[in-house]
Design a protein around this ligand. Sequence first.
Ligand code: NAD
Length: 479
Amino acid sequence: MSHIERNLIAGAWWEGAGSLENRNPSDLDDLIGHYAIASPEEVADACAAAAEAQQQWRYSTPQIRADLLERIAQGIAKRELEIATMLAREEGKVLSEALAETRRAMQIFRFYAGEALRLSGESIASVRPDIDIETRREPIGVVGLITPWNFPIAIPAWKVAPALAYGNSVVLKPAELTPGTAHLLASIIHEAGCPAGVFNLVMGQGASVGAALVDNPHVRGLTFTGSVPTGRRIAQRAAVDMKRVQLEMGGKNPMVILDDADLDVAVEATLNGSFYSTGQRCTASSRLIVQASIHDAFVEVLAKRMASLKVGHALASDSQIGPVVSAEQLAINLRYVELAAAEGCEVVGGERIELGTRGYFQRPALFLGASASMQVSQEEIFGPCASVIRVEDFDEAMLVANGTPFGLSAGICTRSLKYSREFRRQVQSGMVMVNLATAGVDYHVPFGGTKGSSFGPREQGRAAAEFYTLSKTSYQFAG
Ligand code: NAD
């Protein structure tokens, strides 16, 4: 077998117990490499190393932490094309999107380099005489990071950067489908001079390597992004040891189109939200809730624009939609396409296509005539598929928009101040977009959802400090 890319534990690279093959979903003949699976002992070693290293790292100066994060940002910037190419090869995102995601990761490290300097507490007068009270934020300790395949550098970045900035040490378990990008990030962090044990990488399957991380007694905080069933399992196991947990999970995000919307704005926001990144975004618009009076005009333009999207190899310069990430995900998508027809929808697109290379290519799909209660309108598909649900007015749109167990992102296209205001107030989601795609967020503001989509404090921006630090209140008698 060829060379195996190894896990990073206590500042050294380790072989693991076996390896996973990484293949390009645009071209199955393209073998990206073999990636070591961490053994149970190695996961334990990584957590122990993180615990030991944290004892010093937690007392390092903010300047030391800021400098490290800045060097990591520079390392990413220097190798951005290499990283983006790896990302496009293993995840299937088209190169322009992969580059944008890589740059986002760089910006996130730079942002938290600044935040490391800005962490502050409060000084509060006591209700008793001659006593001073001060609150300060301290690191949690060792944090376990478990990440999905769909943003293989941005999500690790938005977890690693605040964790390190606030004095925690880290064990990262990336998704088994995208170890290559995480491995490159680990090399950059290592080469940037991160002290041994402060950052560790353990690759491999969720059920073994991920579960071992969740159960490890050194780990005091777990931050997870992925599907609802996995998130629920992690929260249950973490509760046994009272570990702090942050979960970002699935979505069934609504995009409401009212009849006073600018049609071009609505179509562009929908195309982007529903189909870019092959619909493999937790914030993708998978329910298009369209007012009856604009329904036919909207669907006609949208279907035409959708049909013109170029599906192709992620590295081809003219591709707009890359492949589905894996055979399993493609099978799920195709099952939902069949289900949509069985539930009575008119299906436009959605078929698997053969191109010049052996890949998992699928045309984007619209499920016309869907009802709000159909399975295809209730369950997260995680592919380039959107239900189109016709409604009479704003009130019905609002009911449908809130009618799923999820609540991550929600969008509305309208020129009405009244309706956009009401939507922002009433919608049950962590993020709201007006005349914008449901996907596509900034990195310096809170990110997260409500209901079944999220659990625990928000990620990103300054809000990240709520998860990665604990508040300590000290009292001092000055008499
Ligand atoms: P997944 O839940 O299958 O896997 C996510 C991670 O959890 C992987 O690293 C996996 O190995 C690990 N894992 C699996 N079983 C585990 C276990 N028993 N113990 C510990 N770890 C385990 O999700 P996925 O297929 O990689 O990603 C797609 C999902 O992620 C979708 O539901 C999507 O909506 C969600 N997602 C959410 C956000 C968000 O911010 N809300 C962002 C991106 C993706």
